[in-house]
Design a binder for this molecule. Structure first.
Ligand code: SF4
Length: 384
């Protein structure tokens, strides 16, 4: 049988495709792995065609797949279909073939499946259930002569008690490990933070020190930074962190809220990585591009030229980036004017606020007023 396996998205090798390739090869079939939906002129007739997509944004490729391969079998989280390799094969299956990815030299796979949480925007819990341990590090490594580099795709690495064995295997085997699906920093313990600090964690190219995590919900700020602090105490600086930030999912989300999360992370030295849930939102895609290309480091959002950038996004940016500084400046100027007009007289925060232009007064928050005391360097002159 001739089999065509099409990976519709994703930079890393697709595990479902690798499993199907292994299974067909073991059954004496000929396998062709490709990322192209359309065959080229010299391709033979195929007896069976599979397509797999993991990202929702790949849905737009499905019509072409269906048109070209009407009998083709589709699966993967990006297709909205629940077909699994195990259903197709008829039994549990954990063997992979790498020959469709000749340039890929690391090893890839899961040490656990499932997740302790059930975030509303995510299908992991629904599809895989609670956390279960599935493989050791040595089960996943291809062995010599392959490099000791592993892409571990676990969604909740610390969700199973066996994680301690996995960490020991990484340490003893001197593996470099990329945990690109992210560790759940909100639930990180001191023990887990110390374990992470003890391994050679790397980015997807195995070049830089990188740990992946997420701050998806603005309401998780406290828990997120408590976890970041735990990592820092264990020796993992915020500059090693890339945090996925989900945007376009929360119905209460506003641009100032997006900018707030973004700025908090950048100011803390964490690299934000926006993930756009609603792919119809061109304004969010525009923001995502500006961030993941690193343009935010050199081009202020206001000056970034792009037809899909919206006025609302600029207003939000100004509010988060400029209003606090402008307010502080106006506040100090008003205070100085009062001091100059009546030298030696004790003045209150209320006096200064009354001096401010009306548009500044409207923006004053309790937080700002509290901060005003910190700005004051001469307490005798400024009291409550
Ligand atoms: S923690 Fe991550 S894997 Fe688990 S449900 Fe939430 S988004 Fe999904």
């Amino acid at each position: 049988m001739r089999v065509r396996l099409i990976q519709l998205d994703g930079k890393l090798p697709n595990l479902a495709i690798m499993k199907l390739a292994r299974w067909h090869l073991d059954n004496g079939d000929t396998v062709h792995v490709t990322r192209r939906i359309l065959p080229d002129l010299f391709e033979p007739h195929y007896d069976r065609v599979y397509g797999s997509a993991i990202f929702k944004f790949s849905e737009n490729k499905i019509p072409l797949f269906r048109q070209q391969w009407p009998d083709g079998i589709l699966g993967g989280t990006g297709t909205g279909l629940s077909t699994t390799v195990e259903q197709l094969i008829g039994r549990p299956y954990e063997s992979y073939d790498y020959s469709g990815y000749p340039d890929f030299t690391p090893s890839i796979g899961f040490t656990q499946r499932g997740c302790r949480l059930g975030c509303r925007f995510c299908l992991v819990r629904q599809k895989e259930g609670g956390p279960q341990s599935v493989n050791s590090i040595y089960d996943k490594w291809r062995g010599e002569p392959w490099p000791r580099k592993l892409h571990i795709l676990d969604n909740d690495f610390f969700g199973v008690p066996e994680w301690r064995d996995r960490i020991r295997e990484m340490q003893d085997g001197k593996f470099r490990v990329c945990l690109s699906q992210g560790i759940n920093v909100r639930m990180i313990t001191e023990e887990a933070a110390a374990a992470l600090a003890s391994i050679q964690y790397r980015d997807t190219k195995f070049k830089e020190r990188r740990l992946y995590t997420a701050w998806d919900n603005i309401g998780d700020e406290k828990k997120f930074y408590a976890g970041v602090a735990r990592l820092e105490a264990a020796g993992i600086p915020p500059s090693h962190l890339r945090a996925y930030m989900l945007i376009g999912f929360d119905s209460k989300e506003t641009w100032p809220r997006i900018w707030y999360r973004f700025r908090r992370m950048v100011d803390y030295g964490i690299e934000p990585y926006p993930m756009v849930y609603d792919r119809a939102r061109n304004d969010l895609l525009c923001f995502q591009r500006w961030v993941i290309r690193g343009l935010y480091r050199t081009i202020p959002w206001r000056e970034y030229k792009r037809s899909t950038k919206t006025a609302a996004s600029v207003l939000g940016w100004e509010l988060v980036y400029e209003a606090p500084a402008k307010l502080a400046c106006a506040f100090l100027q008003a205070r100085d004017r009062l001091w100059a007009s009546e030298p030696g007289k004790s003045i209150t925060v209320r006096d200064v606020v009354a001096e401010l232009p009306i548009e500044c007064r409207a923006l004053l928050s309790d937080k700002f007023l509290a901060a005003a005391y910190a700005i004051n360097v001469e307490p005798n002159h400024l009291s409550n």
